[in-house]
Structures are given as C-alpha cells and as structure tokens.
Ligand binder design. Structure first.
Ligand code: CU
Length: 243
C-alpha cells in the first residue's frame, strides 16, 4: 500500500510539473477595468448625398432603395454611429500587447466598405476582401505606415499589416469615388467603434488614468479623462453637435 501511495504521489508531482511546463506564457499586463459609454448627437441630422451606382449594376442590385453616403450616420435613438473611441494615452510604459492571431476583415460589398470605420493592432493582419467580383482598387493614404494601392479585379482577398500606430489611415477606392473608409492602427487592444445603438466598450484595462479620444470623420475629436481601478466599469459619454 505504502509503495502504491508513493507511486501515486510521484505521479501527482509529475502531473503538476507537466502542467506548469506546458502552461502558456502570461498574457500582457491586462487588467479588469472597463470604460463604456454612448456617443450622442445633437442638432439637425444632415442629409447625406445619394450614391448613384447606375454604372455598377452588380452593386446597385444589392440595395432596395438608393444607398446614401455614410459620412454621418445618426441612429434611430439619436446617437452617432461610426465614432472611433480609443485609449489615446495613459497606459503604463511597461505595457506591451502582441497582435491577435486572427485578421480584421474589411469587405468590399455592394461597392461600399464594411465596416466604414475600423481599428486594428500593430502587426495584425488586415484582410481586404472583394466580395463584389468587379474591379476595386483600394488605396491606403497612410503617413506613419507605408501607403499602398492594390488592384482587385475579381473576388479575392489581399492581406496587409501595419507596423506603426496611426490614427487615422484614410482608405479609398480609385474606381468608385464614393467608396471611403477609415482605419486606425493601435499598439493595444483598447478601442471600439460606436454601433447602431451609439455605444462602445473598452475592456481589459489595467488600472490607470486614461485619455479616451472619440474621433469622427466630420465632427473631429473629443477627449475624456477616466481613472479606472481594479475591475470597475466607468462611463465616458461623448456628444457631437451638428454643424
Ligand atoms: Cu471600388
């Protein structure tokens, strides 16, 4: 019995040692803090120009009515969509984040970019997809990063990465003048885009005092200072006015 017990104990020690050995390296210094909020819109909602897709019947057929420009998208609840919200500063100097393994996809579908505003981490893959099967030519007007211009004549995907933070990189199509989108490249995962309800959430923040910036392509930027301790959730609301 004693011998068997000793064997079992040795086995348990070995199992523990193996578990320690196979354990993944610790993730970057993430915390449990959350900053969330809404982006309100005040004033008269502007009328966006209609996009005439007559020359691209394949794209035109994907819409019931006539699509409109997405520069200003005011939601039914009076909030503003497509606002990029991110941690502009305040992360500890020791903070590092490796790029997620999976790509961020930018889809060209119905001769529009989906999403219209997006974020990516430094080193992460941007998968640029042509779902339309007609010629698109995506141009990234990057300044900190290397600009590019890719012709996509058919259904295909092209991959790109960015090696420096940059807010914002303007994306446009050289074939379709109405096609434009905005890409932010960040050295951390603390960013989001206000959606159809105007809300955003930044999760996993280490404790600290942060400058949160909200960026909109027409209405510019606003900032808020938020202090997060432990695993608490703080609210940061923004409000953009018509002009
Ligand atoms: Cu195009």
């Amino acid at each position: 019995m004693r011998k068997l017990g000793a064997v079992a104990a040795t086995g348990a020690v070995l199992a523990l040692a193996l578990a320690a050995w196979t354990r993944q390296p610790p993730p970057p210094a993430q915390g449990g803090g959350t900053v969330s909020g809404k982006v309100k819109f005040t004033g008269t909602k502007p009328t966006m120009p209609k996009i005439d897709m007559t020359e691209e019947p394949k794209c035109k057929a994907k819409y019931q009515g006539v699509p409109t420009d997405e520069t200003v998208v005011v939601n039914a609840n009076g909030t503003l969509a497509n606002v990029f919200v991110y941690v502009k500063s305040g992360l500890p100097a020791s903070y590092t984040a490796s790029a997620p393994a999976g790509p961020v996809t930018l889809d060209q579908d119905g001769c529009r970019y989906h999403p219209h505003v997006l974020g990516i981490q430094v080193g992460q893959t941007l998968a640029i997809k042509n779902s339309d099967g007609i010629l698109h030519n995506i141009k990234a007007k990057a300044k900190a990063n290397r600009p590019f211009n890719i012709s996509q004549p058919t259904v295909m995907t092209s991959n790109k990465t960015f090696d420096k933070p940059e807010v914002m990189v303007a994306l446009e199509c050289n074939v379709h003048g109405w096609m434009h989108a905005w890409l932010a490249v960040l050295p951390h995962p603390f960013f989001g885009v206000s959606g159809a309800d105007g809300s955003f959430t930044l999760k996993g923040l280490p404790p600290g005092t942060y400058t949160i910036e909200a960026w909109h392509e027409k209405y510019g930027t606003q900032t808020a200072t938020v202090t997060v301790a432990g695993s608490e959730t703080k609210t940061a609301d923004f409000s953009f006015a018509a002009k």
